[in-house]
Design a protein around this ligand. Structure first.
Ligand SMILES: [Zn+2]
Length: 117
């Protein structure tokens, strides 16, 4: 996203993104990953190298990574909910940049005003 210079344009960009800020599904702040794992049964094929492929959600709390198993029939939902989180996160990032730009243009404008008088 290119940040516009003019405050009116910045406000227009902000409003467009504010409208997109509503969640369209549940929101899940985690990553959906596939992990190969051994189940622990010494007689299972996974003990001889053919490990089980499973879907997991991973997320971090205070630098510690947590993992949750996702059953096969819930994978589409987990995918959608994590994607929705990514979309909202990106929107918040852009809203922050635009809000900061608005504050900074205001500061610059004030400085010009003071310089002139
Ligand atoms: Zn196994």
């Amino acid at each position: 996203m290119k940040i516009p210079k003019h405050p009116t344009l910045i406000r227009r960009f902000l409003q467009a993104r504010q409208k997109q800020l509503q969640a369209k599904s549940p929101v899940l702040a985690a990553s959906l990953v596939t992990i190969r794992r051994a189940c622990g049964n010494p007689n299972c094929r996974c003990a001889r190298g053919k490990k089980h492929l499973g879907h997991y959600l991973t997320w971090k709390v205070k630098a510690k990574t947590h993992t949750a198993y996702v059953p096969v029939d819930l994978i589409p939902q987990a995918k959608q909910w994590t994607q929705e989180h990514r979309r909202l996160k990106q929107l918040v990032r852009e809203l922050t940049q635009l809000s900061l730009a608005l504050i900074q243009t205001h500061v610059t404008a004030q400085r010009h005003k003071r310089g002139r008088s």
